[in-house]
Design a protein around this ligand. Structure first.
Ligand SMILES: Nc1ncnc2c1ncn2[C@@H]1O[C@H](COP(=O)(O)OP(=O)(O)OP(=O)(O)O)[C@@H](O)[C@H]1O
Ligand SMILES: [Mg+2]
Length: 222
């Protein structure tokens, strides 16, 4: 193991312990929101509680991802059919009330097995779908295709949203953390790339020929 690998491991351990430490104050804030809401008998601030809860949920998810990503061998795990996992990971987005987003999922009849961690790979799928939804601004189409090609398992996620600016494309190419969203963390794509790599695959995001974005994920079959 060379020096670079040693320092990376140390950074990952630091990320895991920081994530662990952050969980305690987050739980305390959550408990206090519950308490204040209970005391607010006139229910004057329901919207604020819901905003705070939503933000706390995001922070908790992020911390959870850090802990999972830092686990040694976290991505080896089990044999997974990508088709099942993708359906599971996007199911909560399919039933959003009042949504004007069309989901098209093409997955064929044959299983698409790969080796990995369900929990971690689900983060890649939901992070990607979330980006597509956010790019649509409430209305549009998201197509998810899963198939085999040239000995690899491929998943593409295509949206007809706003697409990436030249600046965004460059920053993604440099693996920078960046966001153009008011409440974004700017970590999603970097984490997705890392998850794909840890599963022996690749993650690419580009603009589509007819506008919008296309994410292409490849995985070695198992
Ligand atoms: N499907 C997409 N269409 C258009 N732009 C996108 C798409 N996916 C990502 N982007 C752009 O890339 C930026 C970085 O995405 P990334 O997922 O890394 O962070 P984020 O979505 O801003 O925040 P979060 O960490 O909460 O996911 C986004 O802010 C957005 O500008
Ligand atoms: Mg994102």
């Amino acid at each position: 193991m060379n020096e670079k690998e040693i320092s990376l491991d140390a950074r990952e351990m630091l990320a895991a312990s920081l994530a662990h430490e952050i969980k305690s104050p987050l739980s305390l804030v959550q408990a206090n929101i519950d308490f204040i809401e209970l005391c607010d008998t006139e229910k004057k601030h329901l919207k604020n509680y819901s905003v705070m809860r939503n933000e706390l949920r995001k922070a908790n998810e992020l911390v959870g991802s850090l802990v999972e990503l830092a686990k040694p061998d976290g991505c080896r795990g089990e044999r997974i059919d990508l088709r099942d996992l993708a359906l599971e990971a996007v199911s909560s987005y399919l039933i959003t009330p009042g949504s004007e987003i069309d989901f098209v999922i093409k997955k064929g009849d044959d299983p698409l097995y790969f080796m990995g961690s369900r929990q971690i790979f689900a983060m890649l799928i939901s992070g990607t779908v979330k980006n597509a939804i956010e790019a649509l601004g409430g209305k549009g189409k998201i197509e998810i295709h899963m198939f085999r090609s040239g000995g690899a398992i491929i998943m593409t996620v295509r949206d007809n949203g706003c697409g990436l600016t030249q600046d965004a494309l460059e920053r993604i190419g440099n693996d920078e953390y960046f966001t153009t969203k008011r409440y974004g963390n700017g970590m999603g794509i970097v984490i997705c790339k890392r998850i794909a790599r840890d599963h022996g695959g690749t993650y690419e995001i580009n603009n589509g020929k007819d506008g919008g974005c296309v994410v292409r994920v490849t995985l070695p079959p198992a």
